[in-house]
Design a protein around this ligand. Structure first.
Ligand code: DAT
Ligand code: MG
Length: 142
């Protein structure tokens, strides 16, 4: 395994519920390093880039509305196999199905909305991580 970086977002639901510290605690307890961190309310333009793969899907507009509804914490984490490792910490996309022990399984639930509010985002591949880190941290050097 090589050292990888992944882009993690604590989404507006996590921020509003005061779960940012809990998410960061789990990342650090797992052993990943925090490389960069910022608290900001994302623009719809940045979110359109970030979620380009989902454009046109039924949950896309609700997703952009939700993600631009308040502050998020954007974090770059680093460690061996960190991309897969954080996806495992996060759990399945649907918080009802996410395993207990995962962030989404322990802290998330279905709220009956058009888009799942599942507390965190994590990059899903090396290519996504590089693309997403450039969107959220354009000044961060590799
Ligand atoms: P993930 O965040 O696990 O990588 P994704 O990239 O497929 O999932 O989707 C981005 C977000 O959109 C996801 O975190 C929650 C929401 N979402 C995905 N699929 C959905 C669906 N079928 N119904 C409602 N919301 C969905
Ligand atoms: Mg995804």
């Amino acid at each position: 395994m090589t050292t990888e970086r992944s882009l993690v977002l604590v989404k507006p639901d996590g921020f509003r519920r005061g779960l940012t510290g809990e998410v960061l605690r789990r990342i650090e307890a797992k052993g990943y390093a925090l490389v960069a961190l910022d608290v900001l309310t994302p623009t719809r333009e940045a979110l359109a880039e970030h979620y380009a793969e989902h454009a046109g899907k039924p949950f896309y507009e609700p997703l952009v509305d939700f993600m631009s509804s308040g502050p998020v914490t954007a974090v770059v984490i680093e460690g061996d196999d960190a991309i897969k490792g954080f996806r495992s910490l996060a759990g399945a996309t649907n918080p009802t199905e996410a395993a207990p022990g995962s962030i989404r399984g322990d802290l998330g639930r279905d709220w009956g909305l058009k888009v799942q509010q599942n507390i965190v985002h994590g990059s899903d591949s090396l290519e996504s991580a590089a693309r997403e880190i450039a969107i959220w941290f354009p000044n961060l050097s590799a």
